[in-house]
Design a binder for this molecule. Structure first.
Ligand code: PNS
Length: 168
C-alpha cells in the first residue's frame, strides 16, 4: 500500500480538541494520504460538554489548513466505522506510559474486530500533560488555557462559559 492510498482514522471524543490533538493531526497528515478525524458521538465514559455540532465546528476550523484531513463522526463501535469508512489504519497519540497500557488492549481489540492496525505517534513533550478533561476543569475554574487549545476552541469555550453563567 502506498502513502497516497492510505486512509487513516484518528478517533476521539475531542471534547474539546486540544493543541495536543492538533499536533497529532498535523503530523499524522504527513504520514498518510488521507486522514479522517472521527468524533465519537456518545463517548461511553461520560456525556460530552460540547455538542457534536460544536465539536465538528471547532475541529473543522482547527484543521482547515491541513489539506489531507477532514472531520467525520461515528456512533457505536469504532471497528464497524473502520469498515464503513474503508480505513487502512487507526492513528492514536501517546502521551505517557499510562496511555500505553490502555491503548495497547484497545489496539489489539480493534485489530481482532476489524483487522485494522493502530499507529501510535508520541505526543510532543510540551503537550504530554494536556488532556481535554484537565483543560475543561482548569478553564471552568477560571484558569488560563490559551496556550493549550487552538484559538477556535478557546472562543467556543468562552461562549460556553458565558452561556452557562447566564443560565444560572
Ligand atoms: O478521546 P478519547 O475519549 O480518548 O477517545 C476514545 C475513543 C473514541 C477512541 C474510544 O472510546 C472508541 O473507540 N470508542 C468507540 C466505541 C468502541 O469501539 N469501543 C471499543 C474499543 S476497543
Amino acid at each position: 500500500m502506498t502513502k497516497g492510498l492510505t486512509r487513516a482514522i484518528y478517533p476521539g471524543s475531542f471534547d474539546p480538541p486540544t493543541n495536543g490533538h492538533l499536533d497529532v493531526i498535523e503530523r499524522a497528515a504527513k504520514c498518510f494520504g488521507e486522514l479522517i478525524v472521527a468524533i465519537v458521538v456518545n463517548p461511553q465514559k461520560r456525556s460530552p460538554m460540547f455538542s457534536l455540532d460544536e465539536r465538528v465546528a471547532m475541529l473543522k476550523e482547527c484543521i482547515a489548513h491541513v489539506s489531507q484531513a477532514r472531520v467525520e463522526h461515528f456512533r457505536g463501535l469504532l471497528a464497524d466505522y473502520l469498515k464503513e469508512a474503508g480505513a487502512d489504519v487507526i492513528v492514536k497519540g501517546l502521551r505517557v506510559v499510562s496511555d500505553f497500557e490502555s491503548e495497547m488492549s484497545t489496539a489489539l481489540m480493534n485489530r481482532e474486530l476489524s483487522g485494522v492496525d493502530t499507529f501510535f505517534l508520541m505526543s510532543d513533550a510540551k503537550y504530554s500533560f494536556v488532556s481535554s478533561s484537565l483543560v475543561k476543569e482548569v478553564f471552568f475554574l477560571g484558569g488560563d488555557v490559551a496556550t493549550l487549545v487552538p484559538k477556535p476552541v478557546l472562543r467556543t469555550m468562552e461562549h460556553k462559559r458565558t452561556a452557562l453563567s447566564e443560565s444560572q
